[in-house]
Design a protein. Sequence first.
Length: 299
Amino acid sequence: MTTTADRTRDETQSHITMNAQPLTASIGAELHGVDLADVTHDDERFAELKALLLEHKVLFFRDQEMSRADHVALAERFGPLEDHPVLGSDPDHPGLVRIYKGLDSPPEAFENSYHCDATWRQNPPMGSVLRCVEGPAVGGDTIWVNMALAYERLPEHVKEQISELRARHSIEASFGARLPIDKRLELKDRFPDAEHPVVRTHPDTGEKVLFVNSFTTHFTNFHNADNVRCGIDYAPGAGELLRYLQSQATIPEYQVRWRWTPNSVAIWDNRSTQHYAVQDYWPAVRKMERAGIIGDRPF
C-alpha cells in the first residue's frame, strides 16, 4: 500500500535536478545518478534532459544497463528513427545501427574524419543516442566539436563571405566511393547530393552553426562576380575556403573527448556538432549501437 510519505518521497525524487558536470569549457557534460531507462518514461525528467542537451550539445552517461528496446525507446522520445542505407539496422529493432569493428573487419576510414552524420540527406539527423556494447581496454575514443562556437569565432570577413553560400553533401563520394561503379551510381540515385547552407540556424536555439564537414564536396553558388575575378579565385580559391572551414572542427578548444566503457552512452545534437571516432584500436574489438533521429531540413 502506497503511503503519503511514499508519494512525497517519489514526488521529491522526480523533481531532483540532474547533475550535469561540464567536461570542457566549450562542449559536453557528464550526468551522474541518472537511469536513462527511467528518464524515457518520465516526461518532466526527459524535458530536463532535452534542455541540457541543447545547452551542452553532447551528454555522457556511464553504467547504463539498457536493453536494445530501452535504447530505441529513449531515442524515439526525440523523434522517429532513421535507417542507414549502407550499414542497415538491427532486424528486431528498426533504426538501431550496429557498428561492430574487430579483427575480422579491417580498418575503415568512415568514422575517423570530422563529420556531422548523414548531411547527404535532405533532412540530416537531429541527433543520435550511441551506446558502447564492448570496447578495447584503451583507445577507440570519440571526439565531439561545438560547431556553433566554431562559427562564432570565425573572423568577421569570413562570416560575411560565407553568409549566403550553399554547399553540396554527398554519400556517393564517401560511403559510395568504395562500391563498384554500378552500386555507387545506384546509391547516388537513391540519395542525390543534398544542398545545404554553409551556415545553418539551429531551429531550437537560434544559434548560427558552421555546417560543412567531410561529406561536403563543393560550394554551389560561389562562382559569381563578388567572389571570382579570374579562374584562380574559383579553382583553387573556393576549394581552399572550403578546406579552411572544414578545418575548424580540428581546433581542440572547441572539442571534448570521451573514453568509452561498456554500457556508457552519449547523446548528441547533430545539428550543432561534428564528431570523430578515433580508430587507434584495431585489431581490438569495438562494438557500438546507435539510434539516429530524423531531423529537419537545414535553413
